[in-house]
Design a protein around this ligand. Structure first.
Ligand SMILES: NC(=O)c1ccc[n+]([C@@H]2O[C@H](COP(=O)([O-])OP(=O)(O)OC[C@H]3O[C@@H](n4cnc5c(N)ncnc54)[C@H](OP(=O)(O)O)[C@@H]3O)[C@@H](O)[C@H]2O)c1
Length: 316
């Protein structure tokens, strides 16, 4: 039997957990082994992880006993929850609480909790610059992760709170990329004014998490944030222009216009962009490119990510 230390990876079939699982599995001399948690052990993504050498186990974050069982015997846990599957902050917090409690009960030595800020520390509910959503939140998918930090801190399980950032893959899968207007020109419409937004290749989040586990005790009990780059809307548009060989205009829209787009979660996302723009300094300061590169020396720049991914970006 392998004497490698087991990292139980939630979201292993997704972007963040998948990045961590692949980072470990592709490093043949790694001191760690991967236990991939999924609700669908027979999915293509689960099978691909098994083929790379992961132990694939069935677990549902809504089912505490299944999570506890999946964490038993593990040295480390990577915890991530998927807000966008249900849009419920309460459900996301219950899942985070299950991860924290199960990790503590299973005597896990190091948890990385993939988190985001509780924006209500900057914008109380009484602040009307943006609407309050679902009665108790400003940016629900941020606030519930930030509020969930307490489950890890209170449980006493050694935890690194890892503040993540906007994935460049949102330009491919989440309809955030440049679009061709009726005038035939490409435009990138974001409510960022002239502010910079930290962002990253999603695979690099997992690679940074691997760097955190490899660092032993160094980041236990710490809150850290990572980014691939800090870029303004204009700089994103310049990056796209260079990659496509065609001018892409940056179209700075207001958060109100973004919130009115009407797709599910547009209000949450509009508030999110407004938070990032209004508190640019704090938000950028909390997400370090330098630290990300220390944890993951192969960190991609936006330019290099575009070289690999530009053909996947839908422009219509
Ligand atoms: N998009 C961005 O720019 C961005 C930036 C920062 C943070 N985030 C946050 O990232 C989170 C999503 O992470 P991701 O992008 O890595 O995921 P993803 O690629 O959307 O995949 C979702 C993952 O979550 C797992 N999952 C969902 N519900 C589960 C449950 N009840 N029990 C067990 N596993 C469950 C899925 O596993 P199975 O289906 O295999 O069970 C899958 O592995 C969101 O909460 C979002 O707010 C996103």
């Amino acid at each position: 039997m392998s004497d490698k230390k087991v990292i139980a990876v939630t979201g292993a079939t997704g972007a963040q957990g998948g990045g961590l699982a692949r980072a470990i599995l592709n490093d043949k001399s790694s001191e760690f082994a991967v236990r991939a948690l999924t609700r669908k052990v027979d999915s293509d993504k689960a099978k691909a992880l098994a083929k790379l050498g992961a132990e694939v186990v069935s677990a549902d974050l809504d089912d505490y006993e299944s999570v506890k069982k999946a964490f038993t015997g593990a040295y480390g846990v990577f915890g991530v929850t998927n807000f966008w599957e249900h849009f419920s902050p309460e459900k996301e917090m219950a899942q985070a609480a299950n991860i924290a409690k199960a990790a503590k009960t299973a005597n896990v030595k190091h948890v990385i909790w993939s988190s985001l800020d509780d924006t209500r520390k900057w914008i109380p509910l009484s602040d009307n610059r943006m609407p309050t959503l679902q009665e108790k939140y400003k940016v629900p998918h941020f606030d519930s992760k930030g509020e969930s930090n307490k489950y890890f801190i209170d449980s006493g399980v050694p935890t690194t709170i890892l503040n993540t950032v906007f994935y460049w893959e949102n330009f491919i899968y989440f309809g955030q990329g440049p679009k061709r207007g009726q005038d035939g020109k490409l435009a990138l419409s974001l409510p960022l004014s002239d502010k910079k937004m930290p962002s990253i290749a999603s695979e690099d989040i997992g690679k940074c998490a691997y760097g955190i586990f490899k660092s032993g005790d160094k980041y236990k009990g710490k809150t850290i944030g990572i980014a691939g780059e800090h870029l303004s809307g204009k700089q994103f548009a310049e990056g796209f222009s260079k990659a496509f060989g065609e001018h892409v205009v940056y179209n700075s829209i207001t958060a109100d216009v973004y919130r009115s787009f009407g797709f599910p979660g547009a209000d949450d996302m509009g508030n999110m962009y407004q938070f990032k723009a209004d508190f640019e300094e704090d938000y950028c300061k909390s997400r370090s490119v330098e630290l990300a590169r220390t944890l993951n020396p192969s960190l991609l720049s936006f330019e290099n990510w575009l070289k690999e991914n530009k053909s996947k970006i839908p422009l219509e």
